[in-house]
Design a protein around this ligand. Structure first.
Ligand SMILES: Nc1ncnc2c1ncn2[C@@H]1O[C@H](COP(=O)(O)OP(=O)(O)OP(=O)(O)O)[C@@H](O)[C@H]1O
Ligand SMILES: [Mg+2]
Length: 500
């Protein structure tokens, strides 16, 4: 009585954990059992495997077929175990060569006719297979995604079970897939469309250059959303390691477009009704949240105070640590979540606070109430806060086109390169301020301002980081008083708080 084993994977966060699918066929009452802490989606594999084999003209032997998913104490979920189960059963039935099967891991969902359907997590599975010195069998449409794991991956991308049978028999060999190229972002609006608003544009450039968080406050129709949407285009390409990491997260989330590599920083714009689980991950099916989908890219919170309080507060930990932890039956696991936050808000609910002709009767209380929806610790994590002054329609019509995104992106790239060379690959938003060369009068100004604005230790650190970026944009190795002075102009929130 032999046992046939085929490797597959379970996903904990973005890690592919090896799972051994074991099949034993023994004499006894005919049965088809799956054990090993499988949830309903895995248990249903039984019916899909049975139907797929029948579609190929193969009947299951009238014996006791036992499937074990080891390690048995780890919760398994998802339909992606179908393929490994089917292959192991075919091995145990002597339809497929067992020694060949031992050289592969497998992931894919079976259709009733034996077709292989796409599943999430193919890229981390391929990386896991390479690590274990195995090849990967996956659905044909995802072969390209698996191929990103490197030439060692030995990927077999099959349209259905029958073609796998033909491949192992040698009658029709499957050709190895090629990586499918880079994901092209759709149309991105250009910065040159934004007329005037020089202060806000400068703040956007500083935020892009140093990876800082930015809050734009202003009346409706003032161009806040317009500015925020132009941030991703100012950021440099992801490095090859970052691209693989981001693509892996998107693969686990099942969001990868035709298996293309994500080379540009992602831009996520969750709706302001987004739940906590949608924001930081979790829920009944643990999937990466918005903060992880925005990893190495931008998270844009439009109408920030309208977000549910819990969703907003849940951002505090990832903003500090660059990770998010989700509790599951199988234990706690973490997703990477190092993103740049850009938020927009109106000054109050009606949006016209501060405009003498239009503000409502509840001013200025309405503004305070509106801002109070964002907690102090959350505001403390904002590096740059600027007031967006709307440009009048006639000025918009008359003003010349501004600088195009490509020009600003060039300066941003050069500025990032300076920071990374100096700080071990870290941008200023992640660097320790003790490393910064600070002029004596610059430090004095920063300390005085911190006292006057009653900045927290975190606020002070963030002020120095923004000053560092302003110095870097000026190609100055020393942070001078003027750089700190400019950084202080982007603390609109603190200034508003202390002047009442
Ligand atoms: N400075 C500007 N240059 C060119 N167009 C502008 C400018 N400001 C506003 N607009 C025009 O106004 C429209 C509305 O701007 P946007 O949606 O960015 O405003 P908003 O500040 O996000 O408003 P809300 O608070 O209502 O969300 C833009 O799509 C653009 O057509
Ligand atoms: Mg808007």
């Amino acid at each position: 009585m032999t046992i046939v084993r085929v490797r597959s994977f379970a996903f904990l966060g973005i890690d592919a954990v090896p799972i051994q699918v074991e099949v034993q066929i023994s004499n006894g009452l005919p049965a088809f059992l799956i054990v090993g802490l499988a949830d309903k989606s895995v248990a249903e594999a039984r019916e899909r495997v049975r139907a797929a084999l029948t579609a190929m003209g193969l009947a299951l032997p009238p014996k006791r077929i036992l499937i074990n998913l080891a390690p048995a104490d780890l919760q398994k979920e998802g339909s992606h175990f179908d393929l490994a189960i089917a292959l192991a059963v075919l091995g145990a039935m002597d339809v497929l060569p067992r020694d060949e099967l031992a050289r592969f891991a497998a992931i894919g969902e079976l259709s009733l006719d034996g077709t292989l359907n796409p599943v999430s997590g193919v890229l981390p599975a391929a990386l896991g297979a390479v690590q274990a010195g195995l090849g990967l069998i996956c659905p044909q449409r995802q072969g390209g995604e698996a191929a990103w794991a490197g030439p060692a991956a030995g990927v077999l991308a099959a349209p259905d079970l029958l073609s796998l049978l033909a491949h192992f028999k040698g009658t029709q060999v499957l050709t190895p897939p090629e990586p499918p190229g880079l994901a092209e972002p759709g149309f991105l609006p250009d910065l040159s469309d934004v007329k005037g608003m020089e202060t806000a544009k400068r703040a956007l450039e500083i935020a892009a250059a140093g990876g800082h968080s930015l809050l734009l406050t202003g009346p409706p129709g003032g161009g806040k959303s317009m500015l925020a949407a132009r941030l991703p285009d100012l950021l440099p390409d992801l490095s090859p390691e970052e691209a693989l990491e981001v693509t892996t997260i998107h693969s686990v989330a099942g969001l990868l477009e035709e298996g293309k590599l994500v080379k540009r920083p992602p831009f996520r714009e969750p709706h302001h009704s987004a739940s906590q689980a949608a924001m930081v991950g979790g829920g009944p099916r643990a999937k990466p949240g918005e903060v992880s989908l925005a990893h190495r890219g931008v998270l844009f919170l439009d109408e920030m105070p309208e977000l549910p309080r819990q969703s907003l507060e849940a951002l505090r930990a990832p903003l500090e640590t660059g990770r998010t932890t989700v509790a599951r039956a199988a234990g706690h696991f973490t997703y990477p979540a190092r993103f740049q936050l850009i938020a927009a808000m109106n000054p109050c609910r009606c949006g016209h606070l501060g405009d003498p002709g239009r503000e409502c009767r509840r001013a200025p209380r309405c503004g305070e109430d509106y801002l109070a929806k964002i907690s102090g610790p959350m505001l403390d994590r904002i590096d740059l806060s600027v007031q967006v002054q709307p440009v009048s329609p006639s000025e918009i019509a008359r003003a010349p086109a501004g600088e195009p995104s490509a020009v600003v992106a060039g300066r941003v790239a050069a500025c990032r390169a300076r920071q990374q060379a100096r700080q071990d690959g870290r941008c200023n938003a992640e660097a320790a301020p003790e490393q910064f060369a600070l002029a004596e009068d610059a430090r004095t100004l920063a300390e005085q301002a911190a006292e006057r604005l009653r900045l927290s230790a975190r606020g002070f650190t963030r002020l120095l980081r923004v000053s560092r970026t302003i110095a870097d944009l000026a190609e100055d190795e020393l942070v001078r008083r003027t750089h700190v002075a400019e950084a202080l102009t982007y603390r609109h929130r603190d200034a508003a708080r202390t002047t009442g």
